[in-house]
Ligand binder design. Structure first.
Ligand code: CDV
Length: 304
């Protein structure tokens, strides 16, 4: 029997620092409702979808830093999104900043949770490739993710979502071939991804015109080379004075962009993903069972 999954990417426009969590969650519920009305079976929201992208600032006050983090999911404010998922029977992947007591200490991760169509927790991913620095560096765009987050400690897990194997990735992860390769090796058929990407980087003004190309290039290559569906949601537009790119998209295992957002605002794009295309692409080009064998790679390593 043919297998399909209708995927919606819910891009958001900017989420200003002045926006309350309740206001932002209301926006996400509205997007989820639009996605459900369009037939979506699963939805992906951006990285850090509940707040502004605060690592653009150096903040020293612990209470102020922690105000951007969630201590439990769902919490009192986010509960309505989970209730909406259960009401609409559409699950979602949601990026947020996670504060957790683990190994006897407070830890902070840039996280994405997968929630089922019953509103129940399915699985968690913590961003592995945490970019930027912990202190502002002269001549570079202030991007202090490493000040606020430690790298993920969960690897690249893959979860069962209504019979479909789903993995997650967050922003800078999408630029690394390891991300798709690990998810593919772990059995993923669909990768859900969220990002916040500044339009301008002080350290590379000459590359500014390639920003969107470099957004799509690794995701299309990752999808093609690992025969996966990739669905990526941007937080876009002018957020607290910083321009973030849009370009949210759904990419087929052929590497083609099947759907793409056109705005820099709240926008839903939907595509009915043919999961059998994965098998077709593997037959045509990528017989992983034949080539992804340790002895095969040893042979290649000896030849180089
Ligand atoms: N949020 C991110 O991880 N952003 C990075 C920027 C810093 C380059 C990205 O790869 O889009």
């Amino acid at each position: 029997m043919a297998r399909f999954l209708t995927i919606a990417v819910c891009q958001t426009g900017p989420i200003q620092r002045s926006a309350s969590r309740a206001e932002t969650v209301g926006r996400l519920v509205h997007l989820l409702e639009k996605a459900a009305a369009a037939g979506a079976e699963i939805v992906v929201f951006p990285e850090m979808a509940l707040t502004t992208f605060f690592p653009r600032w150096r903040i020293d006050d612990t209470a102020e830093i922690e105000s951007f983090f969630e201590r439990s999911m769902p919490g009192p404010v986010t509960q309505s999104l989970y209730d909406a998922a259960a009401r609409l029977k559409v699950g979602f992947a949601l990026g947020y900043s996670e504060l957790v007591q683990e190994d006897g200490r407070t830890r902070r991760f840039n996280t994405m949770d997968l929630v089922g169509p019953d509103g129940g927790f399915i699985g968690r991913y913590r961003k592995m490739h945490v970019p930027g620095s912990s202190e502002p560096e002269a001549g570079t765009t202030t991007h202090l993710e490493r000040r606020y987050f430690e790298p993920g400690n969960l690897g690249f897990p893959v979860f069962d979502y209504c019979g479909v194997r789903v993995g997650m990735a967050i922003c800078n992860d999408r630029r690394w071939p390891e991300t798709y390769r690990m998810l593919c090796l772990n059995g993923a058929e669909v990768v859900l991804l969220g990002y916040n990407t500044p339009l301008l980087l002080d350290e590379a003004p000459a590359l500014a015109h390639l920003r969107m190309f470099h957004n799509h290039l690794p995701m299309q290559a990752g999808a093609y080379q690992n025969t996966l569906w990739v669905a990526a949601a941007a937080k876009a537009g002018l957020e607290d004075g910083q321009a973030l790119i849009g370009g949210s998209c759904i990419i087929a295992p052929t590497g083609e962009i099947a759907a793409q957002a056109l705005s820099l605002d709240d926008e839903v794009i939907v595509h009915r993903a043919d999961l059998d295309l994965i098998t077709t692409c593997r037959k045509v080009n990528f017989d992983f069972a034949l080539y992804r064998r340790p002895d095969q790679y040893r042979l290649i390593a000896e030849q180089v």
